[in-house]
Design a protein around this ligand. Structure first.
Ligand code: UT7
Length: 342
């Protein structure tokens, strides 16, 4: 028994934010952003707000469900990955469950940030292979834009992030030559404070106050250089680890689909493993860093572009806050998937 991706779907809001627009709000330049990150544009929810992570997730899920030929009632479990939940609690999975018109389907939220899709996929795979559930909707969705400091104080972080969502429908297959082949997940909590949003914080009483707001502790903080170096060191290692686990070589992989944090990280990853550029997928130019949505969003686009399809072997990889990092090896069944069947 293995887990296959039956279909994928993505959704981004339609407010296009170019690098040039960001220069109106903070001391930055189009050249700095593009040269340091590869990002040219990203999409944000309407400035007036009113759209949460579960709303973006709903749209992405509806596309995935329709392509899978499922109705919402076919879902046995929802796994929702986000660092920007609609509410402090309960999790966005419950909100998505209700928006899908479901009444008692279980919903699980995971808080693994940029590796949310990887942690979600391994969790779903374990549940499917053990027979607990047959059909799981895994979604990654983020609304970053309402939580960014778009003044010069927050420029190192604000220029990177985009809003978006992507969903995959996962189900059991009796095939043993396709599906999730292996996964390798890691965390190093000693670096937790290298990338974080501190407030509201349960360790503070009250959890948030005027002084914290004035200091900007409710905005994300990132020690960018440290995270960058950690990613460049760890991503090639975890890729080799997962390949070893499933007994395949680098050359057998058709496409590496990394988390889209910074194009330079992914270029360094390709160089470290001596991979041709064509084997590493990038779409950060168009979407920025969409955290938990980033890997499935890239997967959905790569399928749509026909870069991968029936029989392809792919590696999903990423590193992010926690820090957490990991890789999952996946092979598409020979008959292809959902509406992307080729
Ligand atoms: O997805 C979750 C995981 N996140 C990541 O993987 C992100 C990893 N880190 C990065 O992508 C990069 O570290 C950044 C893109 C965040 C920053 O790029 P960098 O090349 O590491 O720049 P830096 O932090 O070393 O800063 C270089 C200079 C500094 O100025 P000085 O001290 O040299 O005068 C910054 O103040 O660039 C300045 N700077 C900016 N300048 C213009 C920082 N942000 C900006 C900006 N526009 N937006």
């Amino acid at each position: 028994m293995r887990t296959i991706i039956r279909a994928t779907g993505r959704f981004v809001p339609d407010r296009l934010i170019t690098n040039q627009q960001l220069t109106q709000w903070m001391d930055t330049s189009e050249e700095w952003i593009e040269q340091r990150t590869g990002i040219q544009q990203r999409y944000w929810i309407p400035a007036a707000g009113g759209v949460g992570a579960s709303d973006l997730a709903l749209a992405a899920s509806q596309t995935a469900l329709q392509r899978a030929g499922w109705t919402a009632a076919d879902i046995d479990l929802i796994i929702f990955a986000t660092l920007s939940p609609d509410l402090f609690f309960p999790g966005s999975g419950c909100l998505l469950q209700h928006k899908l018109g479901l009444e008692s389907t279980p919903a699980l939220d995971i808080r693994q940030q940029c590796t949310g899709f990887l942690y979600g996929l391994e969790t779903a795979d374990a549940m499917i292979r053990s027979g607990v559930y047959q059909r799981i909707l895994l979604v990654g969705a983020e609304v970053h834009s309402t939580g960014l400091d778009v003044t010069s104080r927050g420029r190192d972080v604000a220029v990177i992030f985009g809003d978006g969502a992507a969903a995959v429908c996962l189900e059991a297959t009796s095939k043993d030559d396709a599906g999730v082949l292996a996964s390798a997940l890691h965390a190093d909590g000693s670096l937790a404070r290298s990338l974080m949003t501190e407030a509201p914080a349960s360790s503070e009483n009250p959890r948030i106050d005027e002084a914290m707001l004035a200091a900007g502790r409710h905005y994300p903080y990132m020690d960018g250089r440290n995270i960058f170096k950690t990613a460049v060191r760890r991503l090639p290692l975890v890729t080799r680890e997962v390949l070893e686990k499933c007994g395949i070589g680098l050359a057998a992989v058709d496409l590496f689909i990394p988390h889209q944090a910074n194009m330079r990280i992914n270029q360094a990853f390709a160089k470290a493993l001596n991979l041709p550029d064509s084997k590493v997928f990038h779409n950060i130019q168009r979407y920025g860093n969409t955290t938990a949505a980033s890997i499935p969003l890239a997967l959905d686009e790569a399928l749509e572009m026909g870069i991968i399809g029936a029989g392809s072997t792919v590696i999903f990889i990423g590193l992010g806050a926690g820090v957490t990092w990991g890789a999952v090896a996946y092979r598409f069944p020979d008959e292809g998937i959902g509406s992307h069947r080729r």
